[in-house]
Design a protein around this ligand. Structure first.
Ligand code: AMP
Ligand code: ZN
Length: 453
């Protein structure tokens, strides 16, 4: 039985999706700068959940947004659009900034072998859906217009603050004095911002030219791809008190019922025991780690060393120890692969059950790794290697020797046959199927080779 901690109920719960195909939403990056390894911990967390769900036999419908407009310098809608700040800093258009940093992000997640969601959607691609969403909220009386834009009226949504465990009165009383006298409540947040003429990113709307607030993009993108039933929504703990409260308010108000069943949050990655910050010069990217001789999968191993609900402290010593462990683990794996000895069914089942119990206990990856070590340090056998390859569907390391799945081998055979019969359409279709499974076929005169993408 898979159990996951739900930030909403503050309990570990048995995972029961709305349907067999799990609908999962992840708050994606704001593409205004290089992602750091703290951000990457959040996407490894997404990967971790996705792989564990697949290991349990679920199919997935995953969605992640790319924030390329509307995220102001403070999450509580103050300051300037981060994209514009970057655009001034780098003397490029916000579109160029978004493209550049989206590419960097995609390369980084690839280096970490992150299992990406089925849909990745930039905010600027769903402006009509956002406008529609805001219009509906206005119609239902949850939103109102001021000279600055359209705001969500939090006093109309009785559950506001339920994720952070704060009731509405506390939230209203606790909000700092807002200078905007047009707002009904200080903590009301922006759905749509009316743009001054010189603002570069703006779109036509029923309320004049403007651009969306940050929170609404996630609700609109979630609705577009996952409708009104989302099984799991992930993000970093920093998103809990504002961004995710606001997402809940918007989506649940629109649909008239709870949209997200299970909220899951990853605790922060600390560096040298403290926050990553520019002034301490300790914000590291994957490129910085590479420069010091560390690969993406070394950081992936490091991620597994702590539970996601605990802060994890990054030091180069800890990363070095992760790197060394991974190297030893791979060497042991090769020894198992080359052994002709066998393990009994019972022994294998023992390891398999222990591993499954660990990952299904709210993703206890440190314990899952301990099971892997116990197995690899035991009697060398081909069977243990086979089981390790199965576990690796969750771990996601690059074992050079990783075997190509039977399904891919068969598809490649059929494709070769289709080609020899000059049935190009079928051959292309089969190639696509192989690509979807994460492999690439390369043809030569003699035949074809298959590689992992
Ligand atoms: P952003 O691009 O700033 O919206 O952040 C992308 C993701 O990274 C969000 O889910 C954040 O919660 C998460 N995040 C930011 N800093 C850290 C950190 N130090 N540790 C873990 N997650 C983080
Ligand atoms: Zn979001």
């Amino acid at each position: 039985m898979l159990k996951l901690y739900n930030s909403l109920s503050r309990k570990k719960e048995e995972f029961k999706p709305y349907s067999e195909k799990v609908a999962m939403y992840t708050c994606g990056p704001t593409v205004y700068y290089y992602p750091h390894i703290g951000n990457m911990r959040a996407y490894l967390f997404m990967d971790n959940i996705r792989r564990v769900l697949k290991y349990n036999g679920y199919e997935l419908n995953g969605v992640m947004n790319i924030t390329d407009v509307g995220h102001l310098t403070s999450d509580a809608d103050e300051g300037e659009d981060k994209m514009l700040v970057a655009s001034q800093r780098e003397k490029k258009s916000p579109w160029e900034i978004a493209k550049f940093y989206t590419d960097v992000f995609m390369k980084d997640v690839k280096k970490l072998n992150i299992d990406l969601p089925e849909h990745i959607c930039p905010a600027t691609e769903v402006i009509p859906e956002i406008i529609e969403f805001v219009s509906e909220l206005l119609k239902k009386g949850y939103a109102y217009e001021t000279s600055k834009g359209i705001y969500f009226d939090i006093s109309k949504f009785k559950d506001y603050g339920k994720l952070g465990g704060m009731n509405l009165e506390d939230k209203l009383a606790g909000a700092r004095i807002d200078v905007d006298e047009e707002k009904r409540n200080p903590a009301d947040f922006t759905l749509w911002i009316k743009a001054p003429k010189e603002h570069i990113m703006q779109w036509q709307s029923p309320w004049g030219m403007g651009y969306p607030g940050w929170h609404i993009e996630c609700s609109a993108i979630g609705k577009k791809y996952l409708k009104d039933e989302i099984d799991i929504h992930t993000g970093g703990v920093d998103h809990k008190p504002i961004h995710h409260e606001n997402e809940i308010a918007q989506s649940d108000a629109l649909e008239g019922h709870q949209v997200v069943k299970n909220w899951m949050h990853i605790e922060f990655l600390q560096v040298d025991g403290g926050k990553m910050s520019k002034s301490l010069n300790n914000i590291y990217t994957l490129a910085d780690l590479k420069e010091k001789g560390f690969e993406g999968e070394d950081f992936r191993y490091f991620y597994f060393m702590a539970h996601y609900s605990k802060q994890q402290n990054f030091t180069f010593d800890a990363l070095t120890s992760a790197k060394n462990s991974l190297k030893t683990l791979k060497n042991l794996a090769t020894e198992h692969k080359n052994s002709d000895a066998r393990l009994s069914e019972e022994e294998l089942k023992g390891f398999e059950d222990e591993f499954l119990n660990a990952i299904n206990d709210d993703l206890n990856m440190p314990l899952a790794l301990a099971v892997v070590w116990k197995m690899l340090r035991g009697k060398k056998s081909k069977d243990a290697y086979g089981l390790l390859m199965k576990f690796n569907k969750v771990l996601g390391f690059n074992f050079d020797e990783e075997t190509i799945p039977q399904e891919v081998l068969e598809l490649a055979k059929l494709r070769w046959q289709a080609k020899s019969e000059k049935d190009w359409a079928r051959a292309d279709d089969l190639r696509q199927k192989i690509t979807n499974l994460g492999f690439a076929v390369k043809d030569s005169k003699e035949g074809y080779t298959i590689n992992k993408i």
